[in-house]
Design a protein around this ligand. Structure first.
Ligand code: PGA
Length: 239
């Protein structure tokens, strides 16, 4: 595992974007797995800037990790909308090279295989240690499936829903699906993530902290800012 502690979220974004750009230079038809949420936004902003400066994204494919169940098509809080708005649009990725989970995710794994598998997977981490929407208790060998969302996750994501209720269920790539990506890049910023980061990287590999599965992968890059690298005084993982 290659761990870098960087000054702040922007520095994490800069470093992660440089990893993506280098991977793209080595393999122009890169399959990039993208995380949603606030953490990777600085990465996507920098990738969009790189495209404007001439980096060639024309053969890039993009695969999303997860999606809410029950939102109308095009709902602005849906992850499909996020991926189109923050990634596919700015990077010019056409619909035929964009894979987002649909329905109950029945076709997602087949679509990932058809794309050639994920080369580089960007990952966030939840305060409760979740990875994509694999909440605590998720089997380490889980595959793409429908899950119910924890209260922590629903309240953390409420900011995207205004007065609307946050969905109770989602479809997510499983932990074992995520581990099939060739390179994992885990990003975490802010003190609210510190305990989860410590548990994921230094604790046991356990369904209690789904992100701990990254310890099982041969090629993992972890980019955290100083706030996320500092363990909370009580060391407790948020639930
Ligand atoms: P965040 O979400 O980047 O918005 O904190 C990360 C996650 O829940 O996995």
């Amino acid at each position: 595992m290659d761990l870098s502690v960087l000054a702040d979220p922007e520095a994490v974004g800069e470093h992660a974007a440089s990893i993506v750009v280098a991977a793209l230079a080595a393999k122009p038809a890169l399959v990039l797995g993208v995380a949603t949420g606030a953490t990777p936004l600085p990465v996507y902003r920098r990738l969009a800037r790189a495209r404007r400066s001439g980096t060639d994204f024309s053969r890039l494919s993009v695969v999303a990790l997860d999606e809410y169940i029950g939102l109308r098509a095009g709902h602005p809080a849906s992850f499909a909308a996020y991926v189109r708005r923050e990634v596919a649009g700015p990077l010019g990725v056409p619909a035929e090279r964009l894979v987002v989970p649909e329905g109950r995710g029945e076709r997602l794994e087949e679509q990932i295989r058809a794309a050639g598998g994920v080369d580089l997977q960007l990952l966030g981490i939840g305060r409760n240690g979740h990875l994509a929407f694999n909440e605590p208790g998720s089997p380490l060998d889980s595959r793409t499936r429908v899950v119910s969302l924890s209260q922590t996750t629903r309240s953390d994501n409420a900011r995207s829903f205004g007065s609307e209720a946050v969905p109770t269920h989602a479809v997510t790539q499983g932990l074992s699906t995520i581990l099939e990506a060739r390179h994992l890049v885990l990003l975490a910023t802010g003190s609210a993530k510190a305990a989860a980061v410590a548990a994921a990287l230094t604790g046991p590999v356990t369904p209690d902290c789904p992100a701990s599965v990254v310890q099982m992968h041969a090629r993992v890059t972890v980019l955290v800012d100083e706030a996320a690298a500092a363990v909370d005084r009580d060391g407790a993982v948020g639930r």
